[in-house]
Design a protein around this ligand. Sequence first.
Ligand SMILES: Nc1nc2c(ncn2[C@@H]2O[C@H](COP(=O)(O)OP(=O)(O)OP(=O)(O)O)[C@@H](O)[C@H]2O)c(=O)[nH]1
Ligand SMILES: [Mg+2]
Length: 207
Amino acid sequence: MSVAFRKDGVRQVRQSQSICDLYTTSASEFPQARRWFKRIKVISLGSKKCGKSCLIKRYCENKFIPEYFATTGVDYGVKSATVRKERVRVNFWDLSGDPEHFEVRNEFYRDCEGAILVFDVGDRRSFNELSNWVTEVKRFGARDDILLIVCGNKVDKPGREVSESEGQAWAQSCGFTYFDTSASTGENVDAMFNFLFSAAVLNTQKC
Ligand SMILES: Nc1nc2c(ncn2[C@@H]2O[C@H](COP(=O)(O)OP(=O)(O)OP(=O)(O)O)[C@@H](O)[C@H]2O)c(=O)[nH]1
Ligand SMILES: [Mg+2]
């Protein structure tokens, strides 16, 4: 993971494909950053190539990159969000779906408020593997009240193998919320993350 500074003072972290610019360390934004009252830690889970990094990139930068750059272990990014009229700092830990990086990613499961649990709607195997991700995250220290949002991603592509109703039924059976998403067109990406942040903030208020 490398850190670089742009001319305007914005710090950027780069590892394979960067997911977000780190606006919080910009000198001009620092006073605003100090007013943020909450931090949320969000991780991404799901089989490799299902679109986890692209969903985060779409949300943070409103960009989509069609080429595949596998996440090597983990990428990190910070983004501000407004939830219920309050500023919230979201720390994204974008994890690799590759079984080879199992030992790296399982260090990041503790103390997360939320996770996106992603599968590719054109790849049934990635859907079938969802329950393994839930088992892994719970086994390696995730909080009992972690919010898991299931994303059936790549809905823009032809050749869908898992329908919205099937995805929704699985999510519902586990007590999770489901969204059909596309990092390519941006469909439902903001709605999904805004829902996650809002629910996570509500959860922290219960504590
Ligand atoms: N058509 C389409 N392609 C997508 C979408 N999301 C991701 N992709 C493509 O799918 C490939 C994998 O996307 P990534 O976001 O890198 O996948 P990942 O889940 O982060 O993969 P790992 O880091 O290896 O775990 C890339 O070529 C993306 O451009 C989408 O919504 N629609
Ligand atoms: Mg990735």
